[in-house]
Design a protein around this ligand. Sequence first.
Ligand code: SF4
Ligand code: SF4
Length: 496
Amino acid sequence: MDVRSQVSMVFHLDKCIGCHTCSIACKNIWTDRKGAEYMWWNNVETKPGTGYPTKWEDQEIYKGGWEKNGDSVSLKGAGKFKGLKNIFHNPHLPVLDDYYEPWTYKYQDLFTAPEGDDQPTARPVSLVTGEHMDVQAGPNWDDDLGGSPDYARQDYNLNQLSQAEQEAMFQLERMTFFYLPRICNHCLNPACVASCPSGAIYKRGEDGVVLINQERCRAWRMCVTACPYKKSYYNWHTGKSEKCVLCYPRLESGQAPACFHSCVGRIRYLGVLLYDADKIQKIASVPEDQLVDAQMDIYLDPFDPEVIRKAQLNGIADSTIEAAQKSPVYKFVKVWKLALPLHPEFRTLPNLFYVPALLPTMATVSNGIYDSTSKSLWNDVSQNRLPMKYLASLFTAGNTSKIVEVMKRLMAVRLHRRGVTVGDLNRNEISSAMSEAQVDAETADAIFRLTSLATFDERFVIPPAHREESIEMLENTGDVKGNTGFGFKERPARGL
Ligand code: SF4
Ligand code: SF4
């Protein structure tokens, strides 16, 4: 057992109001610069929709992530050597139009235009070329189902649905959507790390944050192709790739990342997970329907004396182990099994987890009225406004029974709390729903509390930074373990 620690995040999608405050907070700090105008390290998408860059989930187009080869995995499109043949023309690299061409307005024209018959206007000007341009698309052009036939109907996850199911989903009275905030997943098996010919990308030993060394980056852009989430970006001005740094300078001084700190819906939870690095290669290559359970298996119980002993031997500080024991992420992911990874079939073992949105998906239409509390939800999930197959495509690599399990647990909490606060539901029905979902009243109350009433300190639990570890780990980066993108050397033993 090779115990490591990872700073990780949970997004509770029922709470996201799609305000984009997180995206703006991130942009103001990190990408408000020349060459980075088109980058949104944090972006918020509407689902169903095509996202940013457009159709990023479709690996037939972009060839990102890993594919299973027997008991191992190999990069789908890019790689240290595989990608070199595409060095002069890489058809899988997203181009600017796949993101959008960033623009501003020529406001000065409002003041300096010569006198004429018409009012002067501020025309859009490209931030890349400086020329006038016709705006064709923006990073959230499909917000709130805007332009649905062009965007929502093109959602990659709809491929899992039959034509009839798709038609039913887009009936006016069933139409629904939810928001999906995205940042870099700081994966356990990062395809970006494995693909970089310069060894410029590495995973920090002490907290698992994935970073790009700007000195070593040589603009190969393999990471842009290899990242299936399209969270590595190329800066056309500096000639280097860049990505989310999980606001590590803020983390090191005990402050929450900008996206977390500014989140209006308080949907984000940040905490430490302990995991067994020895299992990465094996888990990355299990069959698709087992991927979620296998990934959950990699995260370790921070209260287990053997895990604590091995963690200490590996040099993990006691304060980090203590933070892992109090981690809200551990609760949502491992204890309550409510939070799922996004597109686990990409096999990068992402470390952001999503509690799927219950309300917009579960309400059924009966007699023309939406009903989000009926026990009938338990009996016929096919009546839900968003088909389970759609959610399974997003969060469980197509394993529908897994997503139904999670939805039922969320529903059990909802029914229990309605029983407590409103009391209009049949107690026997609530009890049978809760026992089917294997949620007792105490657990349901704890889930409700962390979801709805948690203070900042309960949502943000990280250990104090250990600079000595960080410098040691930085010096020890660069190795690739086995055939994966897992990129750091053994931790120095603590001598216990
Ligand atoms: S592969 Fe994972 S760690 Fe690397 S940029 Fe993409 S999401 Fe981030
Ligand atoms: S700030 Fe929070 S609520 Fe608003 S879009 Fe971002 S994640 Fe959602």
